[in-house]
Structures are given as structure tokens and as C-alpha cells.
Design a protein around this ligand. Structure first.
Ligand code: ADP
Ligand code: GN1
Ligand code: MG
Length: 355
């Protein structure tokens, strides 16, 4: 790691490196030098085939936000993710292990796998809303699509159907989950249909808005900046809203094994909706507002589909710690969908208040 870090424009002498965070995709390390802290990541090249395009996306987006942060006299080292370039002025380094990038470590801020208090969740809504707003005037044609059809839920569904018979011993274990998903096939089309019928447009969205992708100051609960920009590309705001709800309104962890711990916290839903609308009510259209609860269920269903697919394929996509980890994750998503369906009319009514 020292050798890798020495090929980036870092300050101070390398002191230590340790594995860091609970992301499911990249290999993340916290690096300490005699002067600063950094985050180094080995980019998951199996998932992100176009590393060059991906890093260009991140640089363009962070530079765009940086200008806005500077206009407000805020500290750009804190309020926007900062890419540290290589000695050759490149955005990443390729060696025989893979593709590496370095960010400045956002200090005095943490990421959370569970909401600790409602103010924290409200602040995360403001941060993702602000992120959306900051990119409202960003030219989307600059961006490459880092994962094609990332939130195309019908395609995710189709993929599940395609892999269903790959490992019969695993299929047997996931039978109930698959049936639950099949019963909701029609639902998977709602957002894409709205787009294809011209009711909503694509915006530049984050596409991976779970709580552990926003840095929060534990002293003030204020969200400092949004991270994990690998999937910033054209998408739907209902998906960004929805993925935050999927993760944050779950009273249990995403991989909680005791499903009695997994409930949908509608009070947190109201709080997130309030924060998101405060940031974006002059930007979102009526149809986008109507689709917010649909996005919440869609992202939960989509993740249920993706975790089940990965389980059936033999855990090739998400990082797992044990044999049935992906199946456990799929089950929490399904429990959450059941809980959402119980309060569905209320969720619809809550966004109608903002129309
Ligand atoms: P993954 O795609 O694997 O989720 P992330 O980019 O989200 O990777 O990073 C994983 C974790 O590392 C984050 O949840 C966060 O805790 C930590 N992290 C990432 N970037 C930074 C940063 N610039 N400063 C501090 N912590 C960070
Ligand atoms: C992954 O990278 P991370 O851990 O923040 C995944 C998301 C899933 C999420 C489920 C690029 O997010 O799409 O919703 O896991 N990211 C990618 O926790 O696939
Ligand atoms: Mg992440």
C-alpha cells in the first residue's frame, strides 16, 4: 500500500493502512501519513469495466460541486469528495493488482449502517437533495453510463429469471423469495413506463443513496458530503429517494437475520420526505413527487431481486461474509416490502400533500 500511495500526490510520510468501511463493492483502505488521512480504493473492475470513464465522471461532478461550495465560502476539502491525482496527473493508477484511486479522507465525519436518530436522517435527506440541486445545471452528456441499465428494474427481474436454474441447490433455498418477487413483476415496470410515456425525465442522479454513502458529523448530526460517486449518471429522482428510504427506514440492518427486527419506520419516512422536499420542491415535477413512494418500494424490490440473483449465481457481485449472506439480505428487503405494503395508502397520501 505504501508503494501505491507513493505514486499519488500525497502529503507527508506513509504511516499505516487498514481495511475500512462496509461498502459492498470496492476494496477500501484508510491511509494515515505524517500529515494527512486518505482513503485508497481498489476499484471493482469486474463491475466497473470502464474505469477511465468512471473516474472522468467523478472528477467532472466533484469539480462542478466544488465551484458551488467555493461560491458559498465553504471548505472544499470537507464539503465535496476530493480526488487526489497520481504523480503523472492521472485520476487513477493501474498496477498488476488492479485500478487504484485516492480521495482525501473526510475527517470528523462518519457513515452509518443504521439511523441513530431522526435528525441525522433528516440531515442526510438535505444532503442528497442538495447534491441533486447542485447537479441540476450539470451537463449530463459529459457522463458515461458506468453500469448500463443500473436501475432498470424490469431488466433486473429478467436477469433473475435467466439465472434461476443455475444452481439447483441454491434455488431450493430461495423458492419463497422468488415467488414473492414473481407476484410483483407488474410493479417493476412502473417507473420505466412513466419515463417511456414521457411523464418523467432523467436527471443526473447519484443512484446509490444509502445512508452509508453520506458522511455525517457525529457531533452536530449535519451531513457533510455525499460519497460513493461511482454510479452518478442519468437516472430517476424517485430511485435516489427510494434507495435512501429502503436503507434508512429499515429498523434493522440490511443483513439482519432476525426478521422481527426488520420493520418500516414511517416516522422516519415522513422526516426524509420533508427534508428531500425542502431541498427540491422547486425542482421536482408533480409526477416525480407522485412517484417517490413507488421509488421506495421499487428500490427495495430491485435490491431483493439483485441479492437473490447474486445468491443464485454463487455470490459473484456483492461482497459476502458467509454462505447465505445474499439470501439473508434478500429476506430483509422482502420483509420491508411487506411492511411498506401495509402502509401503502399512507405513503401515497404523504407525497400528495406536497403536490
Ligand atoms: P463501496 O462502493 O464499496 O460502497 P464507498 O466509496 O462507499 O465504497 O466507500 C466505503 C466506505 O468507506 C464508506 O461507506 C465510508 O465509510 C468510507 N469512505 C469512503 N470515502 C471516504 C472519504 N473520502 N472519507 C472518509 N471515509 C470514506
Ligand atoms: C452497493 O457500493 P455500495 O455498498 O454503497 C450497490 C448498490 C446496492 C447496495 C446494497 C455499484 O452499494 O447498488 O443498492 O450495495 N452498488 C453497486 O447495499 O452495485
Ligand atoms: Mg458505498
Amino acid at each position: 500500500m505504501q508503494n501505491i500511495m507513493n505514486q499519488f500526490k500525497i502529503k507527508g510520510e506513509f504511516i499505516s493502512s487498514e481495511r475500512y468501511g462496509s461498502g459492498h463493492i470496492n476494496d477500501t483502505y484508510k491511509i494515515i501519513t505524517s500529515e494527512k488521512w486518505y482513503i485508497a480504493q481498489k476499484i471493482n473492475h469486474t463491475i466497473f469495466e470502464n474505469v477511465e470513464g468512471l473516474m472522468n465522471n467523478i472528477e467532472a461532478v466533484t469539480q462542478h460541486i466544488k465551484e458551488k461550495v467555493l461560491d458559498q465560502d465553504l471548505d472544499p476539502n470537507r464539503y465535496v469528495l476530493q480526488v487526489i491525482k497520481t504523480l503523472d496527473d492521472e485520476l487513477y493508477l493501474k498496477n498488476d493488482q488492479g485500478y487504484w484511486r485516492v480521495y482525501l479522507f473526510v475527517k470528523d465525519a462518519l457513515t452509518y449502517d443504521l439511523v441513530e436518530n431522526s435528525d441525522q436522517f433528516y440531515q442526510s435527506a438535505l444532503a442528497f437533495g442538495l447534491f441533486q440541486k447542485q447537479l441540476n445545471d450539470f451537463d449530463a452528456s459529459q457522463l458515461v453510463e458506468t453500469i448500463p441499465d443500473f436501475h432498470n428494474t424490469p431488466k433486473r427481474y429478467q436477469r433473475l429469471m435467466d439465472v434461476i436454474n443455475q444452481k439447483p441447490e441454491r434455488l431450493e433455498k430461495a423458492q419463497q423469495e422468488i415467488e414473492f418477487i414473481i407476484e410483483r413483476e407488474e410493479f417493476t415496470h412502473l417507473v420505466i413506463d412513466a419515463y417511456e410515456n414521457g411523464l418523467i425525465k432523467k436527471r443526473v442522479t447519484h443512484n446509490d443513496t444509502k445512508l452509508n454513502n453520506v458522511m455525517i458529523d457525529p457531533k452536530t448530526n449535519k451531513a457533510i458530503c455525499v460519497i460513493d460517486l461511482d454510479t452518478v449518471m442519468p437516472g430517476f429522482v424517485s430511485d435516489d429517494f427510494g434507495d435512501s428510504i429502503r436503507f434508512g427506514c429499515n429498523t434493522g440492518l440490511e443483513d439482519e437475520q432476525d426478521l422481527s427486527q426488520v420493520k418500516f419506520d414511517i416516522e422516519l419516512y415522513k422526516i426524509y420526505l420533508k427534508g428531500y422536499m425542502e431541498s427540491l420542491d422547486d425542482i421536482l415535477t408533480k409526477e416525480e413527487i407522485r412517484l417517490l413512494p413507488v421509488g421506495a418500494k421499487m428500490m427495495t424490490l430491485e435490491n431483493a431481486i439483485r441479492f437473490t440473483t447474486d445468491f443464485l449465481e454463487g455470490d459473484v457481485y456483492f461482497k459476502t461474509n458467509y454462505d447465505e449472506h445474499n439470501l439473508v439480505r434478500a429476506r430483509t428487503q422482502i420483509k420491508l416490502i411487506k411492511e411498506m405494503e401495509k402502509v401503502w395508502d399512507q405513503l401515497i397520501a404523504l407525497s400528495e400533500e406536497y403536490l
